[in-house]
Design a protein around this ligand. Sequence first.
Ligand code: CAA
Length: 380
Amino acid sequence: MDFKFTEEQLLIQEAARDFAKTELLPGVIERDEKQEFPKAQVKRMGELGFLGMMTSEQYGGSGMDTVSYVLVMEELSKVDASCSVIVSVNNSLVCWGLEKFGNEEQKQKYLIPLAKGEILGAFCLSEPEAGSDATSQKTTAIEDGDHYIINGTKNWITNGASADVYLVITQTHPELKHKGINAFIVEKGMPGFEIGPKEHKLGIRGSDTHSLIFNDVRVPKENRIGEDGFGFKFAMKTLAGGRIGIAAQALGIASGAYELAKAYSKVRKSFGTEICNHQAIAFKLADMHTQIEAARHLVLKAAWEKDQGQNYDLSGAMAKLYASQVAMDTTIEAVQIHGGNGYVKEYHVERLMRDAKITQIYEGTSEIQKIVISRAILEQ
Ligand code: CAA
């Protein structure tokens, strides 16, 4: 076993930490308050190579491994989880999916600018009646000569209004159920494709989440990803890696809150001493640290398995399930340690607590992760 990071991994971790401190921290409270998309910060993240981290250099990416990616996700998420979900979706769901399953023309046309951060991607699976039950797609894509015609509505789409390219999961042959599902690359501005209303959210308020409406959108056949009927496998395989990114996001939210709580406990005094000297507070910090370390091991193990070319469905699901629970528990305790100040925006922990909740919901709820985990262990 080797628990050491490589020099390259340590360098990118440090670069992400510096970037988060100098360029994400200023303005993070205001962006949260105003639900403002971090446009300038996303542009910078593109320049730094954070938007195509795992994409090979040949296709405009940084050519890094998944371990480096989760290290970056953790550092960004400590400070601004709205920014890190944008990074996660573009890397894990859009660029990774296109590099793995797209054809050469699709990679040249879409993957290169996406990985360079020149344009942004979105992944569109969820529908009003197909969130967890992802096989029940109602959005249709019907063949018409050299095109497919897409009709339907997608919900809760990250980067909904800000993306340029959308990977859209649709049903073509309902009689074949999940084997009739197709995934398409849809461009913003294609006639009939409308951005629906923006969601007003509890957390990750800087990330823009919209419904999307497709009214007879004509998409050329060359924009289908993979063979006819490959769409559900595409979504599942892509999401399996996405879950590692969200697990790393949850880990970052937890460790960000923990670091703030620990620092606060060393300066805030009560009963004549710094509050970290009270066992009630010290034991909370001990629990937080232990749980975060356990989550970190699960996240890194899943990333390492992916880098080794092993199956990571189980380890990714366990990492997401556990790290998201740790994010909730840790942020709640971080608010508690801050007392009254924890309830005040300028101390950051109340935002981290609100941001933590989504990690138990998107890219497969905790209950869905338990389905994936239980099925996998019962097969062993
Ligand atoms: N890799 C490859 N194939 C997979 C797979 C995987 N990880 N998981 C399932 N499949 C395949 C199965 O093998 C099966 O194919 P075959 O019939 O050919 O064998 C097919 O998919 C259907 O699988 P199931 O019978 O297991 O399907 P199910 O209806 O029981 O559902 C599920 C499985 C795991 C619950 C799945 O529906 C699921 O993951 N649901 C959650 C969806 C989700 O994560 N939504 C989040 C939205 S995206 C998002 O949040 C992005 C964002 O913006 C942040």
